[in-house]
Design a protein around this ligand. Structure first.
Ligand SMILES: Cc1cc2nc3c(=O)[nH]c(=O)nc-3n(C[C@H](O)[C@H](O)[C@H](O)COP(=O)(O)OP(=O)(O)OC[C@H]3O[C@@H](n4cnc5c(N)ncnc54)[C@H](O)[C@@H]3O)c2cc1C
Length: 308
């Protein structure tokens, strides 16, 4: 396997390619060691160039959206990190018999899509008020809250597969479950079509405001974090279990189990991925010992976690 052709990356992407880029700059946790390279692609041809360079170097591609659901290892990631640029942040609306269809680029901030849909008196995305990150990341995580999830409104998705082919996948071909979307390895989502329905404006606003209040009440604002750390196990709330084993406010280095919501870990300043990981391990172990319930991470652990 050849080494990463650094020169090829720099000459193809200029300042949109960075070598040994610390991912702490790109994650909401403000944690994460360096990626071999970080590249912003403007269009599909540029995605193909990244795929070629990565294949020649024998490196995987890791797509990073808003970086709001990630814990990147302190050692970083042996990959080319691909970020989709602004031309993938389009939003196009079209009236159709059954409602409004929106074509959303994967890099579109989820927040913009939610705001625009509410402005248009459309129902279907009120639950997502306050979910940070990109629409692409939201799809990959099957992001949800307050009883809704993005898969409820997906019509089809489009993207580039590992063989650099453009593909469109219809809803029926997509496998979603709780905070999970199973897509073939190496598939880079570039956009999707969603279907939203006209609704009663007052009811839409009320739903959105309820989501907003729920968030303000429970979520720790002010410190970098990555949202919920664990999925809620069937029949339980992860936050309540972690609280019940006495870990609220518990610290490891610069990381702390939030004193507002025990399913959040906050970076008080200078936290390492190892700090967060050890809090996660402690929570998992204590909850398992005390309640016999296994906590499964919701955040994605990314990169090189080898010891030593
Ligand atoms: C304060 C806060 C509150 C949150 N609240 C919620 C909530 O209520 N509900 C919820 O579900 N989540 C919540 N989250 C978690 C997170 O915001 C969501 O999971 C979000 O949808 C992730 O989007 P992202 O663009 O940041 O994805 P990233 O974190 O960048 O990536 C997530 C995963 O998706 C993959 N990915 C991203 N884009 C693409 C693409 N275009 N093609 C292929 N793969 C891709 C990445 O490789 C990675 O594996 C919260 C996070 C924070 C910080």
């Amino acid at each position: 396997v050849a080494a990463l052709d650094r020169q090829a990356l720099l000459s193809a992407f200029g300042p949109r390619a960075r070598l040994d880029e610390p991912l702490s700059r790109h994650t909401s946790f403000r944690i994460g060691g360096p990626a071999d390279a970080w590249v912003e692609a403007r269009d599909r041809d540029e995605i193909r160039i990244v795929q070629e360079i990565a294949a020649m170097a024998g490196l995987p591609i890791f797509v990073l959206g808003g970086g709001t659901n990630l814990l990147v290892s302190d050692r970083g990631v042996r990959a080319i990190v691909l970020h989709l640029g602004r031309s993938f942040a389009q939003m196009e609306w079209r009236q159709n018999g059954d409602g409004q269809h929106v074509r959303a680029g994967a890099a579109l901030p989820f927040k913009k899509l939610v705001t625009e849909s509410i402005y248009r008196d459309l129902t279907g995305l009120e639950f997502a008020e306050g979910i940070p990150g990109s629409v692409g990341g939201g799809l990959l995580m099957n992001a949800g809250a307050f009883g809704g999830e993005i898969s409820d409104v997906v019509v089809f998705i489009e993207g580039v597969d590992s063989g650099a082919r453009m593909r469109t996948l219809a809803r029926g071909e997509l496998q979603f479950s709780y905070r999970r979307f199973d897509v073939e390895p190496g598939f880079i989502v570039t956009g999707m079509e969603l279907l939203l329905r006209p609704g009663d404006p007052a009811a839409i606003i009320a739903k959105r405001d309820a989501a907003k209040r729920g968030r303000e009440k429970h979520q720790p604002l002010g410190y970098p974090n990555a949202g919920s750390i664990f999925k809620n196990p069937a029949g339980h709330f992860a936050g309540r279990l972690i609280d019940a084993v006495g870990l609220k406010g518990h610290r490891h280095g610069g990381a702390m189990v939030s004193s507002q919501h025990a399913n959040f870990i906050v970076n008080l300043g200078g936290a390492t991925a190892a700090d967060v990981r050890s809090l996660m391990e402690e929570a998992t172990q204590r909850v398992l010992e005390t309640y016999g319930v296994h906590l499964e991470p919701e955040i994605r652990l990314v990169g090189d976690w080898s010891a030593g």
